[in-house]
Design a protein around this ligand. Structure first.
Ligand code: AMP
Length: 212
């Protein structure tokens, strides 16, 4: 199954992608996680992406299309994958089409704007493996320590209140048009993010036809 997760920053795409990945045994491919890793390691790619990421802008289509193309060619993606945070522009969606990638479902996780800011202030990510947490809705078992790999969890620099607003603007202007793009193909399904992660996951699994 090849899936795309669509939704505003902070809507819970990463968390739901992790749940689907665990259920179906296919990788979660997060361009944001890959870019953060590149920034952390100070690679050339990271240096090129950092300024845009810090200000809440999108990294250039050319850069992200390049890393995505390499990633989906890896063996673990041969039986399916979950794209989390890609595509984010119509140009990226068109690039995916021209690579000949078949998409089964585009799942939108919808959360109203007024709830996005509160969600993002409590969000934490693992410095090591990139796993997503929330201090209220999805806390780590031991405070500040990732349940999966034992590394430290931190707040993302771009989750500060000023950057969150500009990221929401960018989402509306550049990414939300993808809803129409995929609605036309009949592959778009929308699930509303709930207070409890498990409740959203239940709706997501039902929408994908993978509930027990
Ligand atoms: P995310 O973790 O998906 O919220 O991504 C964090 C940041 O990485 C975004 O605010 C962008 O600056 C950059 N980024 C991630 N994915 C993409 C993409 N598909 N296109 C452009 N920029 C991206």
């Amino acid at each position: 199954m090849n899936l795309i997760l669509l939704g505003a920053p902070g809507a819970g795409k990463g968390t739901q992608a992790e749940a689907i990945s665990a259920k179906l045994g296919i990788p979660q491919i997060s361009t944001g996680n890959m870019l953060r890793e590149a920034v952390k390691n100070g690679t050339e790619l990271g240096l090129r992406a950092k300024a845009a990421m810090d200000s809440g802008d999108l990294v250039s289509d050319e850069i992200v299309i390049g890393i995505l193309k390499d990633r989906i060619a890896e063996p673990d993606a041969a039986n399916g994958f979950i794209l989390d945070g890609f595509p984010r522009t119509v140009a990226q969606a068109e690039a995916l089409d021209s690579m000949g990638v078949r998409i089964d479902t585009v799942l939108e996780v919808y959360v109203p704007d007024e709830r996005i800011c509160a969600r993002m202030s409590g969000r934490r990510v693992c410095e090591g493996c990139g796993a997503s947490y929330h201090i209220e809705y999805k806390p780590t078992t031991e405070p500040g320590i990732c349940d999966k790999c034992g590394c430290k969890t931190v707040q993302r620099a771009d989750d500060s209140p000023e950057t969150v607003l500009s990221r929401l603007e960018v989402y509306k202007e550049k990414t939300a048009p993808l809803k129409d793009y995929y609605a036309q193909t009949g592959k778009l399904v929308t699930v509303t993010g709930q207070e409890e992660v498990a409740d959203t996951t239940k709706l997501v699994f039902e929408a994908l036809g993978i509930a027990d």
